[in-house]
Ligand binder design. Structure first.
Ligand SMILES: *Cc1c(COP(=O)(O)O)cnc(C)c1O
Length: 222
């Protein structure tokens, strides 16, 4: 399938989910996750009208950045080693995987302007997943006050692949409740307005539960 066809289907699904819960499709940002595909396929996504691309490895981000550059907004969605921050920091629009103080410190040091970051939360508490435990997040947010180049834009999670709809909704709801709690503190360094949740197999539910940024790979470019 062409990216254009895939995107059309995804947009229909987004419209349906938004309709189901009384939201506007304008509130949903699609991030095309190109980590599995070639530069050409990423280019095809751009031509189809995708504006935001997500990569989870530094090497691939730089390779695609070389070809596509500022025609896309680049999102870093994978675990980011501190020593790699300096090579990507001036190319990325948002980081979705802030999960530790040492990374915040490095971002703060290397960035020349505040970088909107999602704090990654391991809501499902799976051993294999990165992210802070939900109960650690509030204290972590408060630590960000001392890093002027780190802005807490929102919270991110990855849901388990094999969970049923009710479990998925539960996970998304929990992240949303945590987002609301932090947002309602009105901290200048942590507006925490956004929710990065939902992938190819669960974005419809995620939208119904409040997602603002959905990260779609296989069903868009796969
Ligand atoms: C790969 C990846 C995605 C996209 O997954 P699909 O199931 O292919 O849509 C989204 N978010 C993160 C963090 C990923 O690593």
């Amino acid at each position: 399938m062409s990216v254009v066809e895939n995107l059309e289907k995804i947009k229909q699904n987004i419209a349906e989910s938004c309709y189901n819960c009384g939201r506007s499709t304008e509130d949903i940002t699609i991030i095309g996750v190109t980590k599995y595909v070639s530069v050409e396929r990423a280019q095809e996504a751009i031509d189809a009208g995708i504006v935001n691309l997500g990569e989870n490895r530094k090497e691939e981000l730089l390779e695609k950045y070389e070809a596509i550059g500022s025609r896309a907004n680049w999102h870093f969605i994978g675990s980011l080693q501190s020593r790699k921050v300096k090579e990507v920091i001036d190319k990325i629009t948002m980081i979705h995987s802030l999960d530790r103080k040492s990374l915040a410190k490095e971002i703060n040091k290397r960035a020349s302007a505040p970088v909107p970051c999602f704090i990654q939360v391991n809501v499902s508490q799976e051993e294999s997943k990165h992210g802070l435990a939900p109960e650690e997040v509030e204290d972590f947010v408060h630590l960000m006050e001392s890093y002027e180049n780190v802005k807490v834009a929102g919270l991110m999670t990855m849901a388990p692949h094999d969970a049923d709809d009710e479990r998925l909704r539960g996970i998304f709801r929990q992240l949303r409740a945590l987002r609301d709690k932090i947002r309602d503190k009105h901290l200048p360094y942590a507006p925490c307005e956004y929710l990065s949740m939902g992938m190819s197999n669960d974005y419809r539910l995620a939208i119904e539960e409040g997602a603002t940024h959905i990260r779609i790979g296989s069903s868009l470019v796969g």
